[in-house]
Design a protein around this ligand. Structure first.
Ligand SMILES: [Zn+2]
Length: 164
């Protein structure tokens, strides 16, 4: 399929039973999660939440990037967030290659030099989770009463382990 017609057809069906209208867009459960873009992760269902309950911020590796921090500041101050989960996962592609290997793979796939680009390979997941949680906790615009936890999600069992 080289166009979007299948997805737009599915959307047509979706609108027929659409039930998320008339909602102000706060995080109803007060939760924000930073996690990886990996398609094996279902961020809401893994913690028993539903659409409308949480702010979900995804990127390669589930990193607390500058942009993720902007979203968390907005979430905490304007959108009802009072708990933040930083969730990396097992068998993450970002944590199983070196930066050089990742650049090589991307460069080979694109058939264009990728050696100039920062892709963000993760050297030590647990250390990264601890550092990223610290970035959130120490942000001047995120109040101390906000709970911030770091977790590792097992893509084979669905289990979420708290690291920090
Ligand atoms: Zn990943």
């Amino acid at each position: 399929m080289n166009d979007f017609s299948d997805l737009l057809a599915a959307n047509q069906t979706y609108t027929q039973s659409f039930d998320l209208a008339g909602f102000d867009g706060v995080a109803r459960a007060g939760v924000a999660m930073v996690t990886c873009m990996d398609s094996r992760i279902d961020p809401l269902r893994m913690i028993g939440l539903h659409p409308g309950d949480a702010k979900i911020l995804r990127n390669p590796g589930g990193r607390v990037t500058d942009q993720a921090l902007v979203a968390l500041v907005l979430g905490v101050n304007l959108l009802n967030v009072d708990r933040v989960l930083v969730v990396e996962h097992t068998r993450c592609a970002m944590a199983s290659s070196t930066e050089a290997d990742l650049r090589q793979k991307v460069g080979n796939a694109a058939n264009v030099d990728a050696s100039w680009m920062t892709l963000g390979a993760i050297d030590d997941q647990r250390a990264t989770i601890i550092n990223d949680v610290q970035r959130v906790r120490t942000h001047p615009l995120i109040r101390d009463s906000v709970l911030v936890g770091g977790f590792l999600y097992d893509v084979d069992s669905g289990k979420l382990e708290q690291v920090v």
